[in-house]
Design a protein around this ligand. Structure first.
Ligand code: FAD
Length: 536
């Protein structure tokens, strides 16, 4: 049903495209780009905004493959090969920081013994370095270190990546993102899908017509496949991650042991991200991080990096891995992907419907290549895949903070006409204006969209100050004329609070109390009736 807070807008004719892609995560946006580079136009229908599912709820580790050498050599090799391609084709989304695998007193020495040979068999360079050298490289490491290997890990910004993948698809083939567009059904005639039924808070219900339909809905792929009588065998595994208030290490730090909870610390720009847990889910109703998972990550991570026991955490978040396969232990289920042609009689017998799911952020390009090959073959398109070598341009309107920029930035830049609106992450007014002017008229929440396209709200204040400043600037610019700006502000603050709830102790608790005094005590925002269920 359309949200009564939005004016109704409708299409006079159904939007049409060559390919409808359902899901705007890294898989869906990468397929849109791959197809665009072959001259094929697409609509990406995304229920929320790009990278709102697992693609925005992950560690951001550009895997060297070393994590998988003992459990899944095929996945390890795929990660190595795809990582090399991404370093060349999307360098602006990657921090090629390198990684360490380290063991501490008490870890099984056999794993460390077999590690270099397993890496070598997968073609991954793992070089043992003396413990003293590793401690000099990363002073946050435990003094109880027993072994250290350097590996070519990196970190990747999934938000920037997805936004640029989509922007490139628009540039090359006029492909479009329909955000806040939920696909609710597929109209089927004979052995073909003839249209998808969609609903949008401003547009209401409408249809989208395409020649081919791709289900790239990640953990929700089973629901979409069922709309055409297909099934997708998926294990849903929730992982919870924690964000530290500053960056604890320069490199990715991995525990040198079989994959377990809290064993990877990844630098993400100005912060570090610790994770992850693996909890089997029966459904997708609740994907929130829990206090127990937060504590488990810290307990397991601290022996590797002791500061993890005492550092300030600013947020926890969770994502669901759509693991393609089965198994009783989530970490043992393959990280490979599954491409399903629903033309098969046991998959619904629908000729123009394909599902892609599973895999990893690191292997998204390969997943997109294989899916696009299959769908182009159905359409008679013979243009080859170009994403192995084509550079991904940095074209999406966005603003990202450079690590270590803060002090230098304040000294070198003081622009009264372009003030900094987000002081934690140094986002300036002009960057916000550019982001807003890039959004479609049908955008449902300017504040959420700005937050996704920048680091606004992601720093230690978690939106306490910047959200109010930005809302005020948007009112000044007439982007809001009625109370909707206050509704959006309240929704934005609720979404930030969701991630703070399980980490409220110490300094971050004081920060949250200050935010509560401001937002509830001073502005009375808690009296606004909003969509969310959380309290500010
Ligand atoms: C905790 C965790 C940590 C991870 N860490 C890493 C890592 O460090 N490195 C790595 O390489 N990989 C990692 N991964 C894996 C990686 O995040 C995923 O493989 C990848 O993001 C999946 O992308 P996707 O586009 O297939 O799915 P998603 O990103 O989930 O996208 C699916 C989209 O479909 C949309 N959707 C659902 N239903 C509908 C509908 N009816 N209509 C319209 N849209 C719909 C959803 O809103 C969602 O945005 C991790 C995953 C998790 C959960």
């Amino acid at each position: 049903m359309a949200d009564p807070r939005h004016d109704a807008v409708t299409f006079s004719t159904p939007p049409r495209c060559d390919v409808l892609i359902i899901g705007g995560g890294v898989t869906g946006t990468a397929i849109a780009r791959d197809l665009a580079l072959r001259g094929v136009n697409a609509i990406v229908a995304e229920w929320r905004d790009v990278a709102s599912g697992a693609s925005g709820g992950n560690h951001g580790l550009l895997h060297s493959g070393a994590r998988y050498v003992a459990s899944d050599r095929e996945a390890a090799v795929e990660c190595r090969e795809e990582g090399d391609i991404l370093r060349l084709t999307a360098p602006h989304c990657i921090e090629d920081c390198g990684g360490l695998f380290v063991s501490v007193v008490g870890d099984d020495p056999d794993y460390g013994e077999s590690f270099p040979a397993l890496c070598s068999a997968a073609g991954i360079t793992a070089k043992e370095i003396p413990v003293e050298e590793a401690l000099a490289m990363e002073p946050a490491l435990s003094p109880k270190l027993t072994r250290a290997f350097s590996v070519p890990d990196g970190s990747i910004d999934p938000f920037r990546l997805c936004l640029d993948l989509m922007a490139h698809a628009t540039l090359e083939a006029d492909s479009q993102l329909f955000s806040h567009t939920k696909i609710t059904g597929l109209e089927i005639s004979g052995r073909r899908v003839v249209a998808a039924k969609a609903v949008h808070p401003k547009l209401g219900e409408f249809r989208i017509e395409a020649k081919q339909y791709i289900n790239a809905a990640g953990a929700w792929a089973g629901e979409i496949a069922a709309m055409a009588g297909g099934t997708v065998p998926l294990v849903l595994s929730k992982g919870t991650l924690l964000v530290t208030h500053d960056r604890l290490a320069t490199r990715v730090i991995n525990r040198l042991r079989p994959a377990g909870n809290g064993d990877i610390l990844v630098p993400g720009g100005t912060v570090s991200v610790l994770g992850t847990t693996a909890v089997r889910l029966g459904g997708l109703d609740s994907i929130s991080p829990t206090i127990a998972e937060v504590e488990e990550n810290i307990r397991e991570g601290a022996p590797m990096v002791p500061a993890l026991a005492s550092t300030r955490y600013i947020r926890a978040f969770a994502g669901v891995r759509p693991l393609a396969g089965s198994g009783s232990e989530d970490r043992a289920v393959s990280r490979n992907f599954s491409l399903i042609d629903h033309a098969r009689p046991d998959q619904g017998g629908i000729e123009n419907f394909t599902t892609i799911t599973g895999g990893k952020l690191t292997t998204h390009r390969l997943m997109a290549e294989r899916t696009s090959d299959a769908v182009c073959a159905k359409m008679g398109v013979t243009a080859p895949c170009r994403t192995r070598t084509a550079l991904l341009p940095a074209v999406a309107a966005s603003s990202w903070t450079e690590p270590g920029r803060a002090a230098r930035f304040w000294l070198e830049h003081h622009e009264p006409e372009n003030p900094v609106l987000c002081e934690c992450e140094l986002v300036q007014k002009r960057a916000i204006e550019e982001i807003v002017s890039s959004l479609p008229e049908t955008e449902v929440s300017l504040l959420q969209a700005i937050g996704l396209r920048s680091r606004v709200g992601k720093g230690p204040c978690q939106g306490a100050f910047c959200s109010v400043r930005i809302t005020s600037a948007l009112y000044d610019a007439d982007a809001f004329t009625g109370p909707e700006g206050l509704y959006q502000l309240t929704d934005f603050l609720r979404s930030r609070f969701k991630g703070q709830r399980p980490i409220l102790w110490g300094t971050q608790l004081a920060q949250a109390e200050l935010a509560e005094a401001l937002h509830c005590g001073l502005y009375s925002l808690e009296h606004l009736s909003c969509k969310g269920e959380e309290h500010v």
